[in-house]
Ligand binder design. Structure first.
Ligand code: HEC
Ligand code: HEC
Length: 360
């Protein structure tokens, strides 16, 4: 299991980055701003998506190109931007859900100093990349090769063997199909992006043509579709995206609830996919409520119901229906304890949208 020994040091590094103590104050905080999530953004760091150079010291291939010499490039993002600050801000806003840096922001000054130290003085050519559609034929891949590749690339966010991290959910074959995997890998990202064309929604970054080949994608599909439950029952170590595995025996599996809209534009179609999981397709919600969760309840009574979300559904940019969202029963509940699901605002005990499960 060569890939495990490669991947675990990386996760350990990303988890313990607060400990770096070298250099001047400005350099150390520039390094921290590269290595760690930003306090005003989501759980992604620059280092989740970009090595400084490749091959990276940790052996991981990331979705973005290395940025160690970016300071010396003449232009960015396929020639569309001429200032490094604009390129970095595009990543802050579109990938990290954080506001753009102002050019006088001390964090930008520290980060740009760190990047320019890394770059030295040799000139660097501009990069180019191509966003491509997945191939139509996604079958016939090699799951073992896919697992190796997964654990040296996707592992940054989805964890070893797709068991999930605080950056991204566990991936379970039973909840996915090849077409969805292909689309997410090739065209994930804000569909209203100001720099990337042809993206189909989501916070996960796309993998451009030169970052991952179609043959590699087919192997990844074979691994993910054969993957059912990750590394043994912990549900991905408690990360907010981690889904825990469970059996598929309950008689309500396959039942569907259409969410009726009451507030915040909530709508979607919830389906019971196994003994502990509900998948919500076409989920629309503006993401602005405070402490809003999926709740299960009986006969429309969610005030005496229970939460099926570990985290607040609050999210900047909201949910545009382009990717499925999951809710899971707490360990002590079964689908006998509910007949409906609500997008429930906990502090004011109000349903933003709900529906009862019925056989389709
Ligand atoms: C979720 C993934 C993600 C995160 C987080 C992210 N980026 Fe990016 N970044 C990308 C992708 C994808 C591209 C476009 C493809 C490429 O150029 O590699 C890109 C492009 C860039 C570019 C332009 C490269 C070029 O020469 O065209 C720079 C510079 C950059 N990112 C810097 C940063 C910095 C600094 C951070 C942290 C503040 C950051 N990025 C965070 C995904 C990300
Ligand atoms: C920088 C973090 C990051 C990396 C790297 C990453 N993903 Fe993701 N991925 C996410 C996030 C976050 C989601 C959740 C949906 C969203 O917001 O895009 C996701 C969602 C997905 C989904 C959809 C899951 C579902 O149930 O709908 C698939 C499939 C997927 N990723 C596959 C991959 C594969 C394969 C790789 C490696 C080639 C990969 N991801 C690399 C962050 C990442």
């Amino acid at each position: 299991m060569r890939q495990l020994t490669l991947a675990i040091p990386l996760l350990a590094v990303i988890g313990s980055l607060g400990c770096s103590d070298s250099g001047t104050v400005a350099a150390a905080s520039g390094e921290t701003l590269y290595l760690e999530p930003h306090s005003d953004g989501n759980t992604f760091a620059c280092a989740s998506c970009h090595a400084l150079e490749e091959p990276a010291p940790d052996g991981i291939r990331r979705p973005g190109h290395p940025i160690g010499n970016a300071t010396n490039r003449p232009s960015f993002k396929n020639g569309q931007l001429s200032a490094l600050l604009d390129a970095v801000n595009s990543c802050r806003v579109e990938w990290m859900a954080a506001p753009a840096f102002n050019e006088a922001d001390a964090r930008w000054l520290a980060l740009s100093e760190y990047l320019s130290d890394a770059a030295g003085s040799s000139p660097a050519p501009p990069l180019s990349y191509q966003i491509v559609s997945p191939p139509t034929e996604l079958g016939g891949g090699d799951p073992m090769a896919g697992q190796d590749l997964f654990n040296t690339s996707c592992v940054v966010c989805h964890g070893v063997d797709a068991s999930g991290t605080e950056r991204a959910l566990a991936l379970r074959g039973s909840l996915l199909d090849a077409e969805t995997i292909g689309r997410r890998v090739r065209t994930s990202g804000a569909s209203n992006s100001s720099v990337y064309e042809g993206l189909t929604g989501g916070r996960m970054p796309f993998w451009a043509e030169d970052r991952l080949s179609d043959d590699e994608l087919v192997d990844l599909v074979a691994f993910i579709l054969g993957n059912d439950g990750g590394t043994g029952g912990t549900g991905g170590g408690g990360g907010n995206g981690g889904l825990r595995p469970c059996d598929a025996t309950h008689s309500k599996i396959g039942q569907v609830a259409e969410l009726q809209t009451f507030a915040h534009q909530v709508s979607g179609t919830a389906v019971i996919v196994d003994d502990c999981t509900v998948r919500v397709d076409d989920f629309i919600y503006d993401g602005t409520g405070i402490d809003v969760r999926f709740y299960g309840g009986l006969a429309g009574d969610y005030a005496s119901g229970f939460s099926m979300s570990e985290e607040d559904l609050r999210r900047s940019g909201g949910y545009d229906g382009s990717e499925p969202v999951y809710a899971q029963l707490p360990e002590n509940r079964t689908f006998d304890d509910l007949d409906g699901i609500s997008v429930w605002c906990v502090p004011v005990a109000a349903s933003f949208g709900d529906g009862l499960f019925t056989n389709p």
